[in-house]
Design a protein around this ligand. Structure first.
Ligand SMILES: [Zn+2]
Length: 291
């Protein structure tokens, strides 16, 4: 089993879905920092969720989920782009609550003034940011509420994670276009699928092959599976991006930094890649030369 996302359709119906399984990529990401157990589980769920949400977009670019709060938990973010590359990061202070890991509710219930942002960044075009209240017990509940309220697309999401594997499943009832389609629809289908989806156990989502999960849930339905998509850890950092960041902090700040750090060293928090700028390179960004 590897890191993958499988789209599925219920034949002759307006229902589509996605199922995600993460293993190697999740382990790579969790190994980058010494995360407490509950933070690992939260990041696992956030990563599966972004991989699910990314598939609903029809753009080139990336989508990220970001949770911010005051208190011991500062923030966490997970991101997926159209190439199926994922990455994640969290910042928090030690807290005994984070030592037990059940699901995302373990962290969510400790948060003070939490906000969940959904950021969509197309390669070209306008960025979008949605704000989601974090007032449901777990992350899946908050995201379902977002779809109900903002997109008005009936959606069911299940997320699960441990420190080795994570998984997610999403089904949506898409709007029906024509009256003809409206008439052909099996009115009982959505309630039936919703009920079946709710029988899914978190351990099934983390431990079983995605096709096996779909079979267990929907074997009475005619499920169509397009080609599976592979997901992997990927970081978008580069020396160019670091140079842009230096340009943004300005020539004075760069000169000050060079007084105690030469070359300037910049570490990517996501992948631990290290970028270095000699004084000549750093000042060169501002058209300056070493005196
Ligand atoms: Zn990086």
């Amino acid at each position: 089993m590897s890191d993958l996302r499988q789209r599925f359709f219920i034949e002759d119906s307006p229902v589509r879905g996605e199922i995600v399984h993460l293993e190697e990529a999740l382990q790579t990401i969790l190994a980058q920092r010494d995360y407490a157990p509950a933070i690992q589980v939260l990041l696992g769920e956030m990563l599966s969720a972004t991989a699910l949400l990314a598939s609903t977009l029809k753009i080139k670019g990336r989508i990220s989920l970001q949770i911010q709060a005051s208190g011991t938990f500062k923030w966490a973010m997970a991101e997926c782009n159209h190439l199926g590359e994922i990455r994640a990061l969290a910042d928090y202070e030690p807290d005994p609550h984070f030592q037990q890991a059940e699901d995302s509710s373990t962290v969510l219930k400790t948060l003070v003034n939490p906000v969940l942002f959904i950021n969509i960044e197309p390669e070209f075009g306008e960025r979008y940011q949605g704000i989601v209240p974090l007032d449901k017990p777990n992350l899946a509940g908050c995201l379902m509420q977002y779809y109900d309220l903002s997109a008005q697309i009936p959606t069911r999401i299940v997320l699960a994670s441990n420190d080795q594997r994570s998984g997610g499943l999403l089904i949506q009832l898409l709007p029906r276009n024509s009256e003809e389609e409206q008439q052909r629809v099996d009115e009982d289908l959505w309630p039936r699928l919703t009920m079946l989806t709710e029988t899914l156990k978190t351990s099934e989502l983390t431990d079983l092959e995605v096709q096996e999960v779909l079979y267990r849930l929907y074997n009475e339905e005619e499920v169509r599976l397009p080609e599976v998509e592979h997901l992997k850890f990927g970081c978008t950092c580069s020396k160019e991006r670091c140079a842009t960041a230096l340009t943004q902090i300005g020539a004075n700040a760069v000169r000050e930094t060079l007084e105690h750090q030469n070359p300037i060293v910049m570490d990517c928090q996501f992948c631990n890649a290290r970028y270095q700028f000699t004084a000549e390179e750093a000042l060169g960004l501002f058209g300056e030369h070493l005196s």
